[in-house]
Design a protein around this ligand. Structure first.
Ligand code: NDP
Length: 481
């Protein structure tokens, strides 16, 4: 059975205590590899390696670090097919999705930051004749980067690339649920000869390995993407030490649909924004709010399309949805479907697990599910489910749509469908979300600020925001007359 190894100080290493965890293939429900169950010793080794590599890495020119990032990007490009297959097996997502989105995006994250750092500049302000302020933006030190399982390599690289580009060294922990592509990334780093200690990847459980990493006094900043409860726990540990922190957390995103939208474009995109990656994207719209005039038309058309979405083997090109990432998560999603029934909801389509045949009979599959009739305040409309489950709710006025959209503790992303420009701008301005899409969804530009408000997080990733986060500004004022 394949054994994943830690990547510390340029070497692929067994965990010090030689303990391993099972890694499951969600499509079959079977263990298919082992991953290190790393403890504090591994974490501290990785931090020490990152610390001793820091000075050398930070003192490289931006263009030299950019070249290393390009080499990583090219390494990902060379191994795209292998990485996509690994991502699909590890996560349960359709292979076509990993091939067309996850891996190209991971490649592009390194490519993007290899170019961004070449163009990154700090400010200077002439205060008066003979007085100038200039700002240095210095790398900070050892960055702890922790990422979730839903877009494994894509989100892992979204942190690592800007951290390295800015001149920090990194200790990263991928989710224990989906470690494989992070391991393959470490192989790529070995292949290209990335200087030892610049990037270290330690595998293991969140509450032990992850906790040891964020609790260490020897790291300098934390970039975390994951659930809101984990984010709160990390903040409690890291904030009193006054270390920089970026927290990208959960969402309960509204998808607001007005009578005057382009119905077909809205319908097709709403299928994606509801169920892409089995609904396990933090940006998926899980609360669909529809203006009364087209509510029935939308409901009929949406349900008919959802009924035809195939749940199947992730390797198969015609599977629209693959497997749910883990048994724990599968049970959680099904428990929310039960809760929806208790809370008085009507299941319009789905609402059940799906059993496939043959080697997939023990895999974790759930039918795309649409629920109506739930109150805005009920738990199913308030809590993040993070699966192929959406609710639909009618509204009568723009004010009501806004109140519904803002009625949760989250504020990550929102989609608005209308052809009325003024209304689109008004709502875009007023909805409490860090990211608003109007007449589109997941149309990404890596230069834009990415992140949420309220319980969806603190700080922003993307573009200059990430480079600002991963550097410390120092202002120098000089009087030269
Ligand atoms: P978790 O919060 O459970 O885990 C995220 C990462 O943190 C994992 O690597 C996990 O390790 C690790 N972790 C868990 N506990 C600790 C701890 N005490 N100390 C340090 N690290 C820890 O989230 P999920 O993996 O379940 O991911 C799903 C969540 O991520 C959803 O809420 C989703 O909305 C959110 N998300 C947010 C995004 C955003 O940009 N805002 C983007 C994508 C997802 P392990 O898995 O090994 O336990």
């Amino acid at each position: 059975m394949k054994k994943i190894l830690n990547y510390i100080n340029g070497k692929l290493l067994e965990p010090v205590a030689n303990k391993y965890l099972d890694n499951f293939n969600p499509a079959t429900g079977k263990v298919y590899s082992l991953i290190p169950n790393s403890d504090e010793q591994d974490v501290e080794q990785a931090i020490a390696a990152a610390r001793s590599a820091f000075e050398g890495w930070a003192s490289l020119r931006n263009t030299e670090r950019a070249e290393w990032l390009e080499k990583i990007s090219e390494g990902i490009e060379r191994r795209t097919a292998e990485l996509a297959l690994a991502e699909s097996i590890d996560n349960g997502k359709p292979l076509w999705l990993a091939t067309s989105v996850d891996i190209p995006r991971a490649r592009d994250n390194f490519k993007f930051y290899s170019t961004a750092i070449r163009h990154y500049a700090s400010e200077s302000h002439q205060t008066a004749e003979g007085v100038i302020n200039y700002t240095l933006r210095k790398p900070i030190g050892v960055a702890a980067c922790i990422s979730p399982w839903n877009l494994p390599l894509y989100l892992f690289s979204w942190k690592i690339a800007p951290a390295l580009a800015a001149g920090n060294t990194v200790v990263a922990k991928p989710s224990e649920v989906t470690p494989m592509t992070a391991y393959l990334l470490s192989e790529i780093c070995v292949e290209i000869g990335l200087p030892a200690g610049v990037l270290n990847i330690v595998h293991g459980l969140g509450h032990s390995t992850g906790n040891a990493l964020i609790s260490s006094d020897n790291i300098d900043l934390v970039s975390f993407t994951g659930g809101t409860a984990t984010g709160a726990h990390i903040a409690k540990i890291v904030a009193p030490k006054f270390k920089k922190m970026s927290l990208e957390l959960g969402g309960k995103n509204p998808n607001i649909i007005f009578n005057d939208c382009d119905f077909e474009a809205m319908l097709n995109t709403t299928l994606n924004s509801s169920f892409a990656n089995q609904g396990q994207i933090c940006l998926c719209g899980s609360r669909i709010l529809v203006e009364r005039g087209i509510y029935q038309k939308f409901k009929d058309a949406f349900v008919a399309k959802v009924e035809n979405m195939k749940v199947g083997d992730p390797m198969s090109d015609d599977s629209r949805l693959g497997a749910i990432v883990s048994k724990i998560h599968y049970d959680k999603i099904l428990s929310y479907i039960d809760l929806a029934k208790e809370e008085g909801g009507t299941i319009l389509v789905g609402g059940n697990s799906v059993q496939l045949d043959g080697e997939h009979k023990d895999g974790w599959y759930i039918a795309p599910t649409v629920i109506e009739g739930l109150d805005r305040q009920c738990r199913v409309n308030q809590e993040e489910i993070f699966g192929p489950v959406v609710t639909i709710q009618p509204f009568d006025t723009e004010e009501e749509a806004l109140a519904l959209a803002n009625s949760t503790g989250y504020g990550l992303a929102c989609t608005i469908w209308t052809n009325d420009l003024k209304k689109a701008h008004r709502l875009g301005d007023k909805v409490d979300s860090g990211i608003i899409w109007i007449n589109c969804w997941l149309l990404r530009d890596l230069r834009t600020p990415f992140g949420g408000m309220k319980n969806s997080g603190v700080g922003r990733e993307g573009g200059w925001e990430a480079l600002h986060f991963f550097t410390e500004p120092k202002n120098i004022c000089i009087k030269y007359t």
